[in-house]
Ligand binder design. Structure first.
Ligand code: CTP
Length: 427
């Protein structure tokens, strides 16, 4: 993915070096656009070295290539960190007087800002009104955090940590991925798993290095005829977030995407797009053969129409009522669990509409016993929650039915918690 990182004039600019480095290490093409003020804190050579791309703050550099338009159009995501009160005000009012503000104005990419400023400036009615305006336009605002400021006082105004900004930004973009086909050959990796923390990568853990992880995401669709299907409301966001989190931690990830866009999937993840349950069954069974971990986050249709009509079903033939006969689909999770090679970990999901926590837990316990997987991630879904949102609330059960973890937060942070809670079991 192409990420433009805007840096404005605040002391927190030094932390943005880590953010840029993290994006680059995750395989993204990163273009840093600092303001003149930002360059007083961190200079051009540093930005060029960490981003591995040329950097300028000058709107009039490279005029021949109309740089602000080119960058804006190329960007899949724009992250501005730190975002000063001044730049926030400019963005809110469409002022474009430097390369960064011109780039943002020329772009249709999602914008994520991480404000950083003194508490007084943050709380000023003008700043709050500008932030509200940006939020209303879909800009994602990460932070600011509260704590010790650069001076002697403390309060809200500190820039969020680079890891948190990266997570929020990637979760936001993964959720917005347009629907397309994506595919890449799975990289075969040595079965070497070293538990280590890569301190050089700005807090990016590579504790799943070389682990082969297969993740299914999205929801299967079962056609009745060439134009209609039975489907479900799964957006694929949680599964995609798990794939992204595992890859960021060094795993070799294969994502089997059922009817979800995969454009924003980070480079390096092998993607196979499928539609029906039988296609998903084949793809995941093939991929699971030499996997260390299989995570069935996809919502799978339990039934499919017994017959698929070759032509469109016509109302003049079916009349006021239409009866469609369904036949049961294979239970892929149960099959995978029963056939798994020794040492392979299988994780299932259970999206339930039950609201009572005790009954929800009981449903989860009987489901994991039925499916035979190692862990079950249980979440509550309903008309207005669970699907297509950026946040999630889960409990993870082990085979004995004990709760091993509970988490709520962004789907990317929940993804990391699920990986933490379950992958410690991998030999
Ligand atoms: N699953 C599967 N194959 C199916 C149905 C579900 O592999 N035919 C997997 C899902 O990917 C998920 C888990 O089983 O990991 C639980 O899915 P869920 O829809 O909650 O359970 P069902 O078995 O369909 O039971 P029910 O719909 O009755 O709750």
């Amino acid at each position: 993915m192409t990420i433009v990182v805007g840096v404005t004039g605040g002391i927190a600019a030094y932390k943005t070096v880590s953010l840029v480095r993290g994006f680059v290490l995750a395989g993204h093409d990163v273009h840093v656009v600092p303001t003149e003020a930002a360059l007083r804190f961190v200079g051009t050579p540093t930005w060029e070295a960490v981003s591995r791309n040329p950097v300028t703050a000058d709107l009039y550099d490279g005029v021949d290539e109309v740089r602000h338009v080119a960058l804006g159009q190329k960007a899949d995501l724009i992250v501005i960190a730190p975002a000063t009160a001044n730049t926030i005000a400019k963005l809110a009012h469409g002022i474009a007087d430097d390369l960064l503000t011109n780039t943002v104005l020329a772009s249709k990419a999602p914008v994520v800002i991480a404000p950083a400023m003194h508490t007084g400036m943050w709380q000023a009615p003008a700043t709050q009104a500008n932030v509200r305006t940006l939020r209303e336009r879909g800009v994602v605002v990460v932070g600011p955090a509260s704590g010790q400021l650069t001076g002697s006082d403390s309060g809200p105004g500190r820039m969020e940590e680079p890891d948190d900004i990266a997570r929020a930004a990637l979760t936001h973009v993964l959720g917005q991925a347009p629907a397309t086909q994506g595919s890449a050959a799975p990289a075969s990796a040595a079965r070497s798993r070293r538990a280590r923390v890569d301190s050089a990568s700005a807090g990016t853990r590579l504790d799943l290095d070389g682990l082969r992880v297969v993740v299914t995401a999205g929801g299967t669709r079962e056609p009745f005829d060439p134009v209609r299907f039975m489907g479900n409301r799964s957006s694929g966001k949680q599964g995609m977030a798990i794939a992204a989190a595992a890859a960021a931690r060094g795993a070799v990830v294969t994502l089997i995407a059922a009817n979800v866009g995969t454009d924003a999937v980070p480079d390096g993840i092998a993607v196979e797009s499928v539609s029906t349950t039988l296609e998903l069954e084949k793809a995941v069974t093939d991929a699971a053969g030499d996997a260390d971990v299989v995570i069935m986050a996809a919502a799978v249709a339990d039934y499919r129409p017994a017959q698929v009509q070759q032509g469109k079903i016509k109302k003049e033939h079916t009349g006021d009522r239409l009866t469609v006969e369904f036949v049961v689909n294979p239970d892929i999770l149960a099959e995978l669990s029963a056939a798994r090679p020794e040492g392979q970990l299988v994780i299932g999901f259970a999206a339930e509409t039950e609201k009572d926590p005790a009954t929800l837990l009981e449903l989860g316990r009987s489901k994991i016993a039925r499916k035979g997987c190692d862990f079950l991630v249980v979440n509550n879904v309903g008309w207005n929650h669970g699907f297509a949102t950026d946040d999630n609330d889960v409990i993870v059960l082990n085979r004995a039915g004990d709760i091993v973890m509970e988490a709520s937060g962004t789907k990317l942070s929940v993804a990391d918690r699920i990986l933490d809670a379950t992958l410690s079991r991998v030999p």
